[in-house]
Ligand binder design. Structure first.
Ligand code: SAH
Length: 382
């Protein structure tokens, strides 16, 4: 396997922890990390890597700033700081998205758009977020502004689309808070539909700016296929898809289940999920907007049952209210998808002390060159 290409800013950016290491060696190191954490519970299968581990990220986020000499830069925060490191192209980000961000930067001066200053609150443009749907080619650009008005916005849209006609929607997001969150609440669509559509495992999904969507679609398809296989569905099951985002896993599994219930905290994601179920003609799928733990507790208290629970929590993992309620719903199988093997190990410990055993862990490299790993584990009831 080839050796990693070089990135001039990798030390400052901190994103690619494994920059200097061949891809083959990265996979071995990640495998070893997962094995160490999960071997007390089960067999850890070989990590599934990528054929081409570059430019896999379909979502690119750039923060904008002005140097003391007036030069406008865009890039990432230096690790653990709010200093901006200029990045024009990145080894793991989608190249088209990077090109769009560079061109937006070039448009700022002619359009007299100032970059936002985090300390003083002056200026306008804070961040740009670009998402590209790899299967359909649709591209979404989100301009994160410190205040709602983009001067000459129609001309701006025209000029940007002239450079990149592939852009299918442009959204203004207003974030006027002193916060490290990129996106604010308020959104205005200034071009297109306000969302993009991608195809994953043969199903079409709409994705809104604030909804979560897996950043590496190539690996996600393999991961979901494994997760659904592990669920062992026969068409008779009542399935819960917890932390469901825009409904991807539940909708992909719906044809093999009797009923699917999705649970998700983010309103915009649930709105997408409901439309996605309809769009893909899944009549047996419904969604709740709520904290997953709360809904599971409610279901447990009403004496409800589930046959299979998919859970795909954020990096911080799940919580005891959620897990205790899952145990009360007595599913035969729990398919636990995790982007952080440390919190997964902690949560597996809870389940194994409460009537479940772990049948196996299947790691996927969804984040080449970074220190992150995805892993799906199957639990069955004793
Ligand atoms: N399964 C989806 C999303 C996984 S990411 C997919 O594969 O695309 C985790 C999701 O959990 C995010 O959409 C996030 O909004 C949601 N989330 C975070 N905390 C939550 C909570 N307490 N209850 C329900 N959903 C939560």
């Amino acid at each position: 396997m080839e050796h990693a290409k070089k990135c001039p800013v990798y030390k400052k950016c901190g994103g690619c922890r494994y920059q200097d290491i061949s891809y083959k060696k990265q996979l071995e190191m990640k495998q070893e990390q997962v094995r160490k954490l999960l071997k007390p519970f089960c067999k850890v299968y070989p990590m599934v890597g990528m054929e081409n581990p570059y430019h896999y990220r379909n979502k690119v986020h750039a923060v904008f700033d002005r140097r003391p000499d007036g030069t406008i830069i865009s890039g990432v925060y230096e690790e653990k700081t709010h200093r901006v490191v200029a990045v024009d192209d990145c080894l793991i980000e989608d190249e088209k998205a990077d090109a769009i961000i560079c061109d937006i930067r070039g448009m700022l001066r002619p359009f007299k758009i100032k970059t936002y200053d985090e300390d003083t609150g002056y200026g306008l443009l804070r961040h740009v977020l670009v998402r590209r749907a790899f299967a359909t080619g649709e591209i979404m650009v989100v301009l994160v502004l410190g205040s709602p008005i983009l001067p000459s916005k129609n001309n701006f849209v025209k000029a940007l689309r002239k450079l990149h006609p592939e852009i299918t929607t442009i959204v203004i997001n207003v974030n006027n808070k002193k916060t490290s969150m990129v996106l604010g609440e308020k959104e205005t669509v200034i071009y297109g539909r306000g969302y993009i559509e991608d195809v994953l495992c043969g199903q079409t999904f709409r994705i809104s700016p604030k909804s979560f969507y897996q950043v590496n679609p190539v690996q996600t398809e393999k991961l979901y296929a494994k997760a659904i296989e592990l669920a062992g569905l026969t068409g008779r099951e009542r399935v819960i898809d917890a932390y469901c985002g825009i409904g991807t896993i539940g909708i992909c599994a719906a044809d093999r289940a009797r009923e699917v219930i999705g649970v998700e905290l983010n309103r915009d994601a649930v709105r997408d999920a409901v439309r996605n179920a309809k769009r893909n003609e899944k009549k047996n799928v419904s969604f709740y907007t709520a904290d997953a733990g709360k809904i599971m507790l409610q279901m447990a208290e009403q004496g409800e049952r589930a046959d299979v629970v998919f859970m795909d929590p954020p990096r911080s993992g799940s919580d005891e209210i959620f897990m205790a309620s899952v145990v009360r719903l007595r599913p035969k199988r729990i398919v636990y998808i995790s982007c952080n093997p440390e919190t997964q190990a902690r949560d597996l410990k809870y389940f194994t002390s409460n009537g479940y055993r772990v049948e196996g862990a299947y790691p996927y490299d969804c984040f080449p060159f970074t220190g992150h790993t995805e892993c799906v584990s199957l639990l069955t009831r004793n």
